[in-house]
Design a protein around this ligand. Structure first.
Ligand SMILES: [Zn+2]
Ligand SMILES: [Zn+2]
Length: 262
């Protein structure tokens, strides 16, 4: 599904041209998506090779692909990430290997490079139906049924033509696949009592909302595709960065930071 990447890139380019507070973030994200697409395309077009799902055995194929992404970040990234990219580019290959394996076993949203590099790999696993191996993840309905990753963003869409309000899906931060999820439930702790769940919006982004939980004090952003069908959840989630500021100021912690660190 090369189309997936095109869709994200096109939307990021489009939103980066709008003069908004998130312009710099989106300009960088559009370049990052291109580097991720290249990793994905290299994996997909590799002759007589399919991933094993065990990153350690796939590393000889995956690792050489990291250079392009590191160079992109060194060129287009914010100063601190650009510096970090230079350090990785200059370091021995086993430094990045360790970073990737650590993240694969136990992902965190603060390992920017490993997360960006492994998203296209994990997505290729999903598309080839190769179950991931060697991950220590909790599982359960609040994690991705394919890879066990945490949700990056939630979105509403109408699956049946006559549906009034739409179904809710969560999009995985690790493999970028989505899964269906109940509407009125915290995606972090499973809280179901409506009095504990709050939704916050601003007129500037009327199709995006903060879905916050007062039991665990976490939040995720929700993109309502039934209100605005041109949105692309992963990208519009970044575009609406000012809402994250609001959420943090009100004491909520994001379930999973996005790739631009918001
Ligand atoms: Zn996943
Ligand atoms: Zn919660």
């Amino acid at each position: 599904m090369a189309e997936f990447w095109h869709k994200q890139i096109e939307r990021a380019d489009h939103l980066a041209r709008e003069s908004s507070g998130s312009m710099e973030l989106l300009t960088f994200y559009a370049q990052l998506l291109r580097a991720q697409e290249q990793i994905y395309e290299s994996l997909r077009s590799r002759r007589e090779w399919l991933p094993s799902g065990d990153l350690e055995s796939d590393l000889p194929v995956v690792q050489p692909l990291t250079t392009g992404l590191l160079e992109t970040v060194a060129r287009h990234g914010p100063a601190s990430l650009a510096e970090e990219a230079q350090v990785f580019l200059a370091s021995a290959p086993d430094v990045m290997a360790r970073e990737l394996l650590d993240h694969w076993r136990s992902p965190t949203d603060t390992q920017f490079f490993a997360k960006s590099i492994l998203q296209p790999y994990a997505r290729w696993l999903a598309e080839t139906g190769t179950p991931p191996a060697g991950r220590e993840l909790a599982g359960g309905e609040r994690s991705c049924p394919f890879c066990g990753g945490k949700p990056q963003v939630s979105f509403l869409q109408s699956k049946e033509r006559n549906a009034e309000s739409g179904n809710r899906d969560l999009l995985c931060a690790s493999c970028l696949c989505s899964w269906e999820f109940r509407r009125v439930v915290c995606a972090n702790c499973g809280e179901e009592r409506p009095a504990k769940l709050g939704y916050f919006q601003s007129p500037e982004f009327d199709y995006v909302r903060i879905e916050a939980c007062d039991s665990c004090k976490h939040y995720i952003k929700g993109i309502d595709l039934t209100r605005f069908g041109h949105a692309v959840p992963l990208v519009d989630e970044i575009y609406s960065a000012p809402l994250d500021l609001w959420a943090r100021e009100h004491g909520y912690k994001k379930i999973e930071l996005n790739l631009v660190g918001v």
